[in-house]
Design a protein around this ligand. Structure first.
Ligand SMILES: CC(C)(COP(=O)(O)OP(=O)(O)OC[C@H]1O[C@@H](n2cnc3c(N)ncnc32)[C@H](O)[C@@H]1OP(=O)(O)O)[C@@H](O)C(=O)NCCC(=O)NCCS
Length: 397
């Protein structure tokens, strides 16, 4: 049987406002966050019949309790999708939702599915990083990885060692810019359209509504310079130039281009290429460099042809090392124009779809841009990159 690879499109993405761990979502279940996202996707895409969803993949890094029980399947059922719609759980740590997108996208490309929902959730308040882990003693006994590889903040300090050009001052300036760009994006109404409000209860049981991210804050270079370095005495990584511990969820609709057209769903982005790569676990922040090189090679593109970058800001140093490698300045307007995880937070497995949702919005505003790139570093030494094409690109008209 002859089989052609099909075009895969990103149709729509949403996310909950991100909360600080033990903050606004302290009394909210993790699965309810991602269920809320799936329901919102169905609500705002009324021409999408729920029974046409062929699969649901939901990522979580800690897959126990309210993030367990094959969360893609249970969240699909609880979101009101018919019992005939299957689902599964994904884990590639921080790139969980990104992997849900690429795995489902590959399934669409080969014709296994026509339309699918990918998402992620991490409630870092209920599931602190490292909860229940039991690393094989061989990892340390045989020195397969450096002990610091299991503490993400320590890997960021290691990266500062390897990349001395990224000073504390540069990291803090990048962090301040992330906060300022996020504040401007909120003021300009850029982020709100893809936020789905969540009903929450406080400690006293009173109901409220989460409508905006909890973590963004006003700050200054002086305030940032005064922060402690919790991962190493006299280090460079602080609460200000790292993404904080975060609760939140994301979800997106992916489809074959012809299925989207059949259902009257507009394509927001076209999948061009994707790649994952491994690096030494103790400098996991370098991961997006080789994954991006590979994704560019697969796409036949050069870095200069990328008009927008949505880079996950797990740590400022890791984004700055990426920018240095590719010869991009710290304040390049193509990079994270609406801020990033240093301001809004990074609910590990959920963040990949946040990057994509924001890139999709930017594509709609920027018909002069043809290609965009989403990338992130991943624990245990990995990187992930997805390259997208803008269907609104004016050159296509
Ligand atoms: C860095 C980290 C340890 C900080 O945790 P924390 O100490 O609980 O963070 P807090 O929000 O309480 O901030 C610590 C202090 O810095 C201050 N602060 C945080 N961000 C600030 C900013 N942008 N400007 C000024 N002050 C700031 C806080 O007000 C707080 O001050 P206080 O001690 O006087 O109350 C934590 O956020 C972390 O581990 N981040 C990395 C998460 C991670 O590894 N993710 C995976 C990536 S691969």
């Amino acid at each position: 049987m002859a089989r052609a690879v099909r075009e895969v499109v990103f149709v729509d993405g949403v996310r909950t406002p991100f909360g600080k761990a033990n903050g606004v979502y302290a009394s909210t279940r993790a699965d309810d966050l991602v269920i809320r996202c799936i329901r919102e996707l169905l609500r705002r895409n009324p021409t999408l019949p729920p029974e046409r969803v062929d699969d649901v993949a939901v990522a979580a890094t800690t897959q126990t309790g309210d993030q367990g029980l094959t969360i893609g399947r249970t969240a699909a059922l609880l979101a009101g999708l018919p019992a005939t719609v299957p689902g599964y759980a994904v884990d590639r740590m921080c790139a969980g939702a990104m992997t849900a997108v690429t795995t489902l996208g590959a399934g669409i490309a080969v014709g296994a599915t026509d339309l699918a929902i990918a998402g992620g959730v991490e409630h870092m308040g209920r599931h602190p990083m490292g909860e229940g882990v039991d690393p094989n003693p061989r990892i340390l006994a045989e020195q397969l990885v450096d002990p610091s590889a299991l503490v993400m903040g320590a890997t960021a300090e290691n990266l500062h060692d390897r990349w001395p050009a990224v000073t504390r001052e540069r990291a803090d300036a990048f962090a301040l810019a992330s906060q300022e760009k996020t504040a401007k994006a909120y003021a300009d109404g850029k982020l709100q359209p893809d936020l789905v409000s969540v009903a929450v209860r406080d400690e006293a049981g009173a109901w409220g509504l989460a409508t905006v991210d909890e973590a963004p804050r006003e700050t200054s270079l002086a305030a940032l310079a005064g922060l402690r370095t919790p991962f190493r005495p006299h280090g460079k990584v602080t609460a200000g130039n790292a993404a904080g511990l975060t609760d939140g969820a994301t979800a997106a609709v992916l489809a074959a281009a012809d299925t989207a057209a059949e259902l009257g769903l507009a394509a927001a982005m076209r999948l061009v290429s994707y790649a994952f790569a491994g690096v030494a676990p103790e400098v996991m922040g370098l991961g997006p460099i080789p994954s991006t090189e590979r994704a560019l090679r697969l796409a036949g593109l050069s870095i200069e042809e990328i008009g927008r970058f949505e880079l996950n800001e797990a740590f400022a140093v890791q984004v700055l090392a990426f920018l240095d490698h590719f010869g991009i300045t710290d304040d390049d307007p193509r990079v994270n124009p609406w801020g990033g995880a240093i301001a809004v937070g990074h609910p590990l497995a959920a963040s990949g779809v946040r990057l994509m949702t924001q890139l999709a919005r930017q594509f709609a505003e920027a018909p002069q841009v043809r290609y965009g790139l989403t990338a992130m570093c991943v624990g245990i030494g990995m990187g992930g990159t997805v390259i997208w094409e803008n269907p609104h690109w004016e050159g296509a008209r």
